[in-house]
Design a binder for this molecule. Structure first.
Ligand SMILES: Nc1ncnc2c1ncn2[C@@H]1O[C@H](COP(=O)(O)OP(=O)(O)OP(=O)(O)O)[C@@H](O)[C@H]1O
Ligand SMILES: [Mg+2]
Length: 379
């Protein structure tokens, strides 16, 4: 039982009021009697009770009117009201509920039944209050979260701007001077030349790291893609041509098998080009000389498959779930560490997510790796 719940009992017949009050006081409730509607309203407004037992037939203000007024006032609107009808009096149940009553008791009543009903409505009211409190807390939390995210977004924008100006530019300048020194012919000592070339190479990898970080930051900040209708064959052909030189330099045969019949795909060609660039350069980078890397396009039912397949070192199974995480690199067990930042595939995933495309990877150690992009197509 909810001990010490505050119950306002309203009845214009003093004998009834007394009887109900004493019975319920014995049950452990805090009883506040009111002999008419007006007193009841004042009492409820001054100090809202937990529940009201309300007689219907009363002079001046009847029970329905009292109920209506309590419901109209925000301070008392949440109090559960149970109507009590006198002996022989018929209760208009529809009106009782439509003015906001939660229940009714007809006399003669059984004490246990009345207590059970009171308890039920006290519990419901309590639960409703708790829910309202939780809802309010949630709304406050949400507001804080919104503010936090908008501040973070602002910081991210500032970060992007700062990085682009304050980091990319000086690296560019370093690379410019390295070129000048190398072309100027003033450095002739082989060792010195190698030092300058090393500076150049390091500056270049720094530049590409900054570029990758910027790309990711922009993608995560929700940079919009510029999707357009593109011929799948033409798109893959240009990706293939872009990598012929780097494949040739590593003595890798780059092959291209276009889709049997061309389709139009809705993609952002620049961003998808970046995806393909990452996949193809990985395939070349992680394959030994004299192997083949293949770019394939296929159309099946309503999906377009783009595959980049290599016969390189493969990826261990335990690494597969982490492949698209930022900065993840498969631990290198070979003698020579292949350079990279581990951002390439994170960028790939981020772009494909925005493009509503999927990517799958199949790999076997020492046998090779196939990345498959699945794109919806527009015709
Ligand atoms: N075709 C592949 N064959 C074998 N391992 C691969 C292949 N593609 C990716 N990997 C592994 O997945 C890791 C993550 O690739 P990812 O492209 O994200 O980074 P990265 O190539 O190391 O650096 P970068 O940011 O310069 O691309 C690589 O370090 C490599 O270990
Ligand atoms: Mg890579």
């Amino acid at each position: 039982m909810t001990m010490k719940a505050d119950i306002l009992i309203v009845d214009d017949v003093p004998a009834n009021l007394e009887l109900m009050s004493s019975l319920l006081a014995k049950e452990g409730y805090n009883i506040r009697p009111a002999l008419n509607g007006k007193i009841a309203l004042t009492a409820a407004r001054n100090s809202p009770p937990d529940l009201v037992l309300l007689d219907i037939d009363m002079p001046d203000l009847d029970g329905y009117q009292v109920c209506e007024q309590l419901k109209a006032d925000e301070a008392t609107a949440g109090i559960p009201i149970i109507f009590v009808s006198a002996m022989g009096e018929t209760i208009d149940k529809i009106q009782a509920f439509s003015v906001g009553g939660v229940d009714y008791i007809t006399k003669p009543f059984q004490l246990e039944e009345m207590v059970a009903r009171i308890e039920t409505h006290l519990t419901i009211a309590q639960q409703r209050r708790e829910l309202e409190d939780q809802y309010r807390e949630l709304a406050i939390l949400r507001e804080h979260e919104k503010q936090y995210f908008s501040e973070m977004n602002h910081m991210k924008d500032q970060f992007i701007a700062t990085v682009s100006h304050d980091l990319k530019n000086p690296i560019n300048i370093i690379m410019g001077y390295v070129d000048l020194l190398l072309e100027g012919g003033t450095i002739t000592e082989p060792d010195d030349l190698e030092f300058v070339r090393t500076i150049g190479r390091r500056a270049e990898s720094m530049f590409s790291l900054v570029k990758d970080l910027l790309d990711l930051a922009r993608l995560e900040a929700g940079m919009a893609l510029l999707s357009q209708d593109v011929s799948l064959t033409e798109f893959l052909q240009s990706c293939y041509e872009d990598h012929q030189l780097s494949a040739w330099q590593k003595e890798i045969r780059l092959a291209f098998s276009p889709p049997q019949s061309d389709v139009i795909v809705k993609i952002d060609p620049k961003r998808m080009g970046q995806v393909m660039n990452n996949l193809i350069s990985n395939a070349i980078k992680y394959s030994p000389e004299s192997t083949e890397v293949q770019i394939m396009g296929q159309v099946q039912n309503h999906a377009v498959f783009i595959q980049v397949q290599d016969h390189g070192r493969g990826i261990p199974e335990e690494s597969l779930p982490h492949l698209f995480e930022k900065f993840y690199r498969v631990p290198d067990e070979g003698e020579t560490e292949i350079e990279g930042t581990g951002l390439g595939l994170a960028i790939v995933k981020s772009i494909l997510d925005q493009q509503c495309a999927q990517i799958e990877v199949q790999s076997e150690l020492g046998v090779g790796t196939t990345f498959t992009i699945i794109l919806p197509h527009s015709n």
